[in-house]
Ligand binder design. Structure first.
Ligand code: SF4
Ligand code: MSK
Length: 629
């Protein structure tokens, strides 16, 4: 089965009938995939190779330079972390750039929306705010954040948000990140032929760079996005391909950075463009999102989501999309040729990311609103080219609640006048909640689409585990109805049900895009600060999971989550299993180093039970009630 999502299934049938190729078809024609690659034991870090290790037979046991399977796998994973951390962090850097330009009055279409958060951030960063207006403060905050990328010595500022005990662990292991870019560069140096050939030492640097992502680049992306675009507050919206409209101009935004998508929201409401849409026979302009940029505009503006990663091709295959605009990350290069089968225009906008057959309309902050209007106009003018006989929009769409942040959710838990985590801590201590799990990450056609996310979330909430979600996982659960308060009655255990009833919250909480996993880290710190659940993140009854992950960003996330002390289960194993000692290090020995480790389990229900067992063990250590004992 390709997907559990009815809307996707319907479009996949259409695609098959019309001989339109999708990622699932390409996966099939890729079979058998390279076993050496899957096991992580091939290397092309120099041209004496490429080399590959024979994991079973009498073939080569080292590369030409003498690198063993463990060295090759460790280097490979470290390079994946470097790429993932670079992607998240560059996103953070771009938001800092937009904030600075806005503060200097050089942008059109942006303003500082959360002044309170800006001031709190400034104080945290040691910036004096008295007598300064918000633009002056914002400029200094942006510069200070920029400095975190290039810093050569010391410690990243936001690592000091972590519990003291955790900071000590990082210092003792020598994995406290110094500068965001510096740690990424050092991975690339160390994994060059003939440098670091100790798998444990390599992965320490991997964790250091990953921590620079989670507690650095991603955290900067989240915090500065909140300052600039507003800190999300709970809101309702809709999700799935059914949000596309028969009689309106459909524009789909896809990618990651909120800088462009946020201003597209304004452009799509422009009276002149709306009038033009009507002249062209459309009833309006309908904006919808795919992947994380969708999450960004959903949680701040309530813009509906058309789908997650594996639905990017399906949205186009409905035949109803006038224009898909993309920025960076998770955008398939296949989209351009697919768009040629329909009237859909593919518009790339980032100088960093160009695509075959895409029209490039370069985005810049100085002229953001005009560029956004130009793109919306292209979509409106393209409406007349839609071929109704080639259009088939599934009816399926689902309600959801999104916009949960470390700040907003706990105002709800504490009541309107008392922002506190106490009720959450009390719920865990009393046993109404067993604990919490962050289920995040992508889709991967190797896993039945959405199945991993949805089955895992259902099993967890059934067992009174509060689930927090981001990225494509959030979209999968939303489509299954798990992001509605009503779903608690259908799927949640009794304790979790009571909490949802009292607060009006869903049992699965949407905390944003992939960079917003930093919100989950902050939430964990706040829970610890509230007291009664230990002194370090590794004491908490919490876990992480990525049942359908595929990207290098997910590898970086996995390592910063584990290095922060959170046990993490991956649906697809890391490509390291041909390296026995390194696999043992990652799945076991890391626990002795950072208090958490990885597990690989492809069955989402079994994976949920690995998490539940882990939460029970943590509860036992905290001397809290453990079920069935
Ligand atoms: Fe082969 Fe070593 Fe070169 Fe890698 S670095 S390609 S293992 S010789
Ligand atoms: S978009 S990184 S497919 S979650 Fe953040 Fe989705 Fe994974 Fe991209």
């Amino acid at each position: 089965m390709k997907t559990i999502d009815k809307a996707s299934e319907q479009v996949l049938k259409k695609a098959e009938k019309e001989k339109i190729e999708t990622a699932w078809d390409r996966l099939e024609s890729m079979q058998p995939e390279c076993g050496f690659g899957q096991l992580g034991i091939c290397c092309r870090n120099c041209v004496m190779g490429p080399c590959r290790i024979d994991p079973f037979g009498e073939g080569a046991k080292t590369g030409i330079c003498g690198a063993t399977a463990d060295i090759i796998a460790a280097r490979g994973i470290a390079r994946m972390i470097a790429a993932g951390a670079a992607a998240h962090s560059d996103h953070g850097r771009d938001v800092a750039h937009t904030l600075l330009m806005t503060a200097e009055g050089k942008t059109k279409g942006y303003e500082i929306k959360d002044e309170q958060k800006l001031k709190a951030l400034a104080e945290e960063l040691g910036i004096k705010i008295e007598g300064k207006d918000k633009n002056k403060i914002a400029a200094e905050v942006a510069e200070k954040c920029f400095a975190e990328f290039g810093q050569q010595h010391g410690e990243l500022q936001f690592t000091h948000r972590a519990p003291k005990k955790r900071q000590e662990i990082w210092r003792k292991l020598g994995i406290m990140p110094r500068g965001i870019d510096r740690e990424i560069v050092e991975i690339m140096h160390r994994t060059h032929i003939g440098v670091d050939n100790d798998p444990e030492n390599i992965i320490r640097q991997g964790m250091r760079a990953a921590l620079g992502d989670g507690w650095g680049g991603s955290m900067i992306a989240t915090d500065l996005s909140d300052v600039l675009f507003g800190t999300p507050k709970p809101l309702r919206s809709m999700v799935n391909l059914g949000v596309l409209k028969e009689d309106e101009v459909n524009i789909v935004v896809h990618g990651h950075e909120p800088t462009l998508s946020d201003v597209i929201v304004s452009a799509a409401q422009d009276p002149e463009l709306l009038e033009l849409a009507r002249k062209n026979g459309a009833k309006g302009i309908n904006l919808a999102g795919i992947c994380c940029t969708a999450n960004e505009i959903l949680m701040r503006h309530g813009i509906p989501i058309a789908g997650n990663f594996l639905q990017q091709e399906l949205a186009i295959a409905t035949g109803a999309v006038e224009l898909m605009l993309v920025d960076v990350q998770c955008v398939m290069p296949a989209l351009g040729s697919l768009c040629r089968c329909f009237h859909t225009k593919l518009v790339s906008t980032s100088p960093k990311a160009k695509f075959p057959f895409a029209e490039h309309v370069e985005f810049n902050e100085e002229d953001a609103l005009n560029i956004a209007k130009k793109i919306v106009r292209m979509a409106v003018e393209n409406y007349k080219s839609r071929n109704k006989s080639k259009t088939d929009i599934p009816k399926d769409k689902m309600d959801l609640v999104a916009g949960i942040s470390a700040e907003s959710v706990f105002n709800i838990l504490g009541g309107k006048y008392r922002a506190t985590y106490r009720p959450l801590n009390d719920a865990i201590i009393s046993g109404r909640l067993r604990g919490a799990a962050g289920v995040v990450g992508c889709n991967n056609p190797k896993v039945t689409h959405d199945w991993g996310h949805v089955e895992m979330a259902k099993e967890l909430i059934k067992n009174d585990v509060l689930v927090v979600v981001t990225g494509c996982s959030a979209i999968a659960d939303a489509k299954a109805g798990l992001l509605t308060p009503e779903s608690a009655l259908m799927y949640a255990g009794k304790g979790l049900q009571e909490i949802c009833e009292a607060t009006g919250l869903p049992p699965v909480l949407h905390m944003g895009s992939c960079v917003d996993i930093s919100r989950i880290l902050i939430t964990l710190c706040n829970v610890l600060n509230e007291g009664g659940l230990g002194e370090d993140i590794s004491d908490l009854p919490v876990a992480g999971a990525a049942p359908e992950w595929m990207s290098e960003k997910a590898v970086s996330i996995g390592f910063y989550v584990v290095a922060s002390g959170v046990f993490t289960v991956l649906g697809e194993p890391l490509p390291i299993q041909g390296a026995k000692e390194f696999t043992e290090l990652v799945c076991n020995h890391l626990k002795d180093m950072v208090g958490a480790n990885f597990a690989f389990e492809s069955d989402p229900v079994k994976a949920a039970h690995l998490i539940i067992d882990h939460l029970n063990k943590k509860r036992e250590a905290l001397k809290l009630k453990v079920w069935g004992r």
